[in-house]
Design a protein around this ligand. Structure first.
Ligand code: HMG
Ligand code: MG
Length: 300
């Protein structure tokens, strides 16, 4: 039997948070239903953050209430503080994600506090999550470069990753937020993390600004990482990381993994349909190389 790689689809959150055009709750729900049909089992559906900061993610709680009642898909919401957690918990969310960074400046721009202060906020989230039996995932942004501080030392990254894990996050996703990393630098970050933590609790979250995301994922696979975040059609970016473009596309990730013999649970045709649908809704060409090649070949 082939080895399984878990894909965490972040398109409805990371993908849509950076779009100029805010989609309606109905359009967001259709997108998520397409992802479910394509076989994605972990889907980040939105964020419980300030609508003044990220208007595209407003009404994520309303959206959550409309999700299909399925037990085999893990839906999650981003929650930076207890207010966000309470919003998520009130709509029955069973997994939340807290997010900080390995860079002080980015943390300040993104969530308006220092790294230490972010952990104070997460400590409240963690206690409440334990009490309600809700899983908490952790994110660390800027694991290679920061848009404000430049290169970040792997030792600094490990400190924050370990702190999240020790606090109770079941998995920590390492965000290569601005997509500048190359595999040699990614190798060093994993090497440092793997000296402290098991690969099973780590995930890779690669943005593709310089077209390096797939190369970085290949590097990560070599070092034993088996969980990756991706976004359909390569949507995404962080409003607080100027110039950063989308995540690795789910389609390209699927292509790499399936050709390397990994199991993902994804249905290719449904994935391509979902990809085409969201590109139509947003009225632009997909950023996925594989999706574009697939449709070109199909229509030839
Ligand atoms: P703040 O202004 O410091 O918070 O924002 P505050 O506690 O001073 O409150 C100010 C106002 O925000 C108040 O409302 C609060 O009620 C409200 P007002 O009285 O002015 O009407 N507020 C909230 N509203 C809704 N939900 C909440 C919440 N908390 C306070 N949870 C805050 C702090 C974190 C809220 C703000 O900075 C924020 O919303 N930031 C947006 C962060 C974000 O969504 N960033 C993008 C996602 S992270 C990412 O993309 C990186 C990642 O993909 C990995 C990678 O690629 O590296 C994960
Ligand atoms: Mg991201």
């Amino acid at each position: 039997m082939s080895e399984f790689v878990k894909i965490v689809e972040v398109g409805p959150r990371d993908g849509l948070q950076n779009e100029k055009q805010a989609l309606t709750v109905e359009q967001r729900l259709n997108f998520i239903n397409d992802l479910i049909n394509a076989g994605l089992k972990s889907i980040e559906v939105g964020s419980c953050v300030s609508a003044k900061w990220v208007p595209q993610m407003a009404q994520s709680d309303e959206l959550f209430k409309l999700l299909p009642q399925t037990t085999d898909v893990q839906f999650s919401l981003l929650t930076p503080n207890i207010k966000g957690f309470e919003t998520a918990q009130a709509v029955g969310c069973k997994e939340v994600a807290v997010f900080t960074a390995a860079s002080e400046s980015f943390t300040r721009k993104n969530i308006n506090c220092s790294i230490d202060e972010s952990f104070e906020k997460f400590s409240d989230v963690m206690s409440a999550a334990k009490a309600h039996n809700i899983r908490v995932r952790g994110y660390v942004s800027c694991v290679v470069d920061c848009p404000y501080e430049g290169a970040i030392a792997p030792e600094q990254v490990v400190k924050v990753v370990k702190r999240l894990y020790d606090m109770g996050c079941y998995e920590v996703s390492l965000g290569e937020t601005i997509g500048t990393a190359t595999p040699d630098r990614v190798q060093k970050v994993w090497q440092a993390c793997l000296a402290e933590l098991d690969s099973k609790v780590l995930a890779g979250h690669f943005h593709n600004t310089y077209g390096m995301a797939i190369a970085n994922i290949y590097q990560s696979l070599q070092q034993g990482i088996r969980v990756f975040d991706s976004s359909l059609a390569g949507l995404g970016g962080c409003p607080y990381a100027k110039g950063a473009s989308g995540n690795v596309s789910t389609e390209d990730l699927f292509y790499l993994l399936s050709h390397m013999g990994f199991e993902t649970g994804i249905d290719l045709e449904q994935l391509m349909q979902a990809s085409q649908n969201i590109s139509n809704v947003l009225n632009r060409k997909s950023l996925s190389n594989y999706a574009n090649a697939y449709w070109q070949t199909k229509c030839a």
